[in-house]
Design a protein around this ligand. Structure first.
Ligand SMILES: *[C@@H]1O[C@H](CO)[C@@H](O)[C@H](O)[C@H]1NC(C)=O
Ligand SMILES: *[C@@H]1O[C@H](CO)[C@@H](O)[C@H](O)[C@H]1NC(C)=O
Length: 251
């Protein structure tokens, strides 16, 4: 018997799929091209990797908010592959929720991390509005989180996965620790070049650092995504906005 091409390739896909983490096999991604990055020509369909395939992890340094030794989250933003924004209205009007605070309260582990690491700089009473905005404008544009991409979608799982993934990335790319290891600590002023290279050598790609005047504001790390939810850092497509030196205040 001659094996058809289709049989051979489905066998290859099966063996690759079985090596992937269970979180992924639970997703409807069995037919995705393994390890194909978003924005590449082999990326596959919208459940394989985000179609808005340049993901920005945006962490902020806001005096008075979050732990003294942690950056906090602004957002996880899927941009178009050419670096354009997806627009104010998000990508799925049927999944715009205005009660994100109560949705997240129904997952207490996640909610606790949200209040610690994703506080609104307008104060705790604004947290729900801030999170609703981030979900509606950005979360709904992560195509791999569409309910059709799950083999067994449960209510709010898209929301939990979006914020849960972003918080895991924040922990993995813990900027305070990265800078601390390079002896860049709050309370000092540092050359923009040193500040950026400390992050670049730890993460392996060029970040975008933004300032308000000479004060540190945000650090953006860019990613492509493979196997539906594995984030791979890539160079920033945009320039940092800090000039000369960066003031990194204590919280
Ligand atoms: C709560 O959110 C976390 C983070 O995304 C997720 O891993 C976990 O499965 C969620 N819990 C429930 C009960 O859905
Ligand atoms: C840095 O300098 C550029 C060019 O002079 C200016 O447009 C920009 O606003 C400055 N950035 C900050 C954060 O001051």
């Amino acid at each position: 018997m001659k094996l058809s091409i289709a049989t051979i390739s489905s066998l290859a896909i099966l063996s690759v799929t079985s090596a992937l983490p269970t979180s992924l096999t639970a997703r409807a991604s069995d037919s995705c091209p393994a390890n194909a990055l978003s924005c590449s020509s082999t990326a596959g369909g919208s459940c394989c990797s985000p179609t808005n395939g340049l993901l920005l992890l945006v962490q902020q340094w806001v005096k008075g908010f979050g732990p003294d030794d942690s950056f906090t989250m602004h957002g996880l933003w899927p941009d178009t592959c050419s670096g354009g924004q997806t627009g104010n209205n998000g990508c799925d009007s049927s999944r715009q929720y205005d009660d994100l605070e109560s949705i997240l309260q129904s997952n207490q582990t996640l909610y606790k991390d949200m209040t610690t690491y994703w506080p609104s700089y307008k104060g705790a009473s604004n947290n729900g509005d801030f999170w609703s905005h981030e979900w509606g404008k950005h979360g709904t544009c992560v195509s791999t989180l569409a309910p059709k991409c799950y083999s067994d979608f449960k209510k709010n799982q898209d929301v939990y996965d979006y914020f849960g993934t972003a918080l895991q990335l924040r922990e993995k790319y813990d900027l305070y620790s990265i800078l601390n290891k390079a002896k860049i600590t709050p309370g000092g002023s540092y050359s923009a070049k040193d500040f950026e290279s400390a992050i670049e050598s730890a993460v392996g790609v060029k970040p975008k650092v933004t300032c308000s005047g000479s004060d540190l504001e945000e650090v953006w790390i860019y990613f492509n995504v493979k196997n539906s939810n594995q984030y791979v850092p890539t160079d920033s497509v945009d320039d940092s906005t800090c000039n000369g030196s960066i003031n990194y205040p204590t919280k």
